[in-house]
Ligand binder design. Structure first.
Ligand code: SF4
Length: 347
């Protein structure tokens, strides 16, 4: 099923369409390395991102979020499916099967920001060299022109250009993440994949970084794929949210709908765990029993059934398809229509 997230208002065609994407890793055994199974890290995922919008992708660690992002960039080659990037010059390009020239071109338009700003910056390079590197590699600017562009990018992310000859160790965690963002923006991308971009930062710095990302988005009409395990953070930055569980999308909806009226029990449990800033409020957290299953050997039927408080016998042997439950809201649960699940404000 192709999913068009058309409940979010937009006049444009999609920027990125992920269609039935799979990334399966073979599990081998013995001297002859016989394949005895597969780890289904990403299993038939379809999602759409529109220009200037943010798709939030949430789930526990091990749910397949980061593998999905790397498959979109073709840092790893998907097992099946397509990643269609609508390029202004080349038209629709399937990143999953593009030739090297098309891939190089499209990758300029898609950049990735990783979680840890400490390990993603080379400690032996100055900020100038770090941010200028993609400009030089892609033969866009060198020498004085590159230096001017780096100064412009540093200003854009709220850092002083006169610091460009310093090394990363001279900056705080939040400032380093700004340097990483400046490098990601050097080639004027249209889509930025943000993999837990604030989780290594202090809470006060997290808010500043999120505000910066939102400001850059509106100024540059950027699209984001925002990956996080933290639903509280995702709510503030996303137009649409997709929830992943063991390689599959179990719910996808416009942010407000998903937070107010979830249609999947896993989403409800995640919403119940968002911390509330009100100490007088009694917390009624839904504890999800057990661990996230091993994707090499997930439970049959609905993967969530061993942990689901609403499970029925059918759930153990029949996998629920992802279907539209309310306009623009898709959920993979046999009982989405019957369950009266709690929203974020009900806990
Ligand atoms: Fe729970 Fe069954 Fe729905 Fe899965 S299909 S989420 S086990 S009620």
């Amino acid at each position: 099923m192709e999913i068009q997230l058309n409940a979010v208002p937009h006049a444009d065609r999609p920027l990125l369409e992920i269609l039935h994407l799979k990334k399966h890793y073979p599990v081998t055994r013995g001297l002859l390395k016989r394949t005895v199974g597969y780890v289904k890290a990403v299993d038939d995922v379809s999602l759409t991102i529109y220009p200037g919008q943010t798709l939030g992708l949430v789930g526990e660690s091990g749910s397949g979020k980061t593998t999905l992002a790397h498959s979109v960039m073709r840092g790893i080659t998907p097992t099946a499916g397509s990643v269609i990037f609508h390029d202004d010059h080349l038209g629709p390009v399937d990143v999953a099967s593009a030739d090297p020239a098309a891939l190089r071109h499209v990758r300029r338009n898609m950049q990735m920001v990783f979680q840890d700003p400490f390990s993603s910056l080379n400690p032996r390079m100055t900020v100038l060299d770090i941010i200028a590197e993609p400009l030089q590699v892609n033969q866009i600017a060198k020498g004085k022109a590159a230096q001017e562009r780096v100064a412009e990018l540093l200003q854009l992310v709220g850092l002083r250009p006169e610091y460009m000859r310093r090394f990363p160790h001279a900056f705080s965690g939040g400032q380093r993440q700004r340097i990483v963002v400046a490098r990601a923006l050097a080639l004027n991308p249209r889509l930025v994949l943000l993999d837990e971009p604030t989780s290594a930062l202090d809470v006060s710095i997290q808010a500043q970084t999120l505000n910066l990302l939102k400001d850059l988005q509106s100024r540059l009409n950027l699209s984001y794929l925002f990956i996080s395990h933290d639903l509280g953070v995702v709510e503030h930055v996303s137009d649409t949210v997709a929830v992943m569980y063991v390689g599959r999308v179990v719910e996808v909806a416009p942010t407000r709908k998903l937070y107010q009226q979830p249609k999947h029990p896993y989403t409800e449990a995640l919403l119940s765990s968002i911390p509330k800033p009100d100490p007088t409020r009694k917390k009624r957290r839904i504890a999800i029993a057990g661990e996230i299953p091993n994707p090499a050997n997930p439970p049959p039927g609905c993967h969530f059934h061993p942990r689901c408080p609403y499970a029925q016998p059918i759930c153990a042997h029949e996998a629920p398809p992802l279907r539209e439950v309310t306009p623009g809201q898709f959920a993979a649960c046999h009982f989405s229509d019957e369950l009266n699940l709690k929203g974020v404000n009900d806990f």
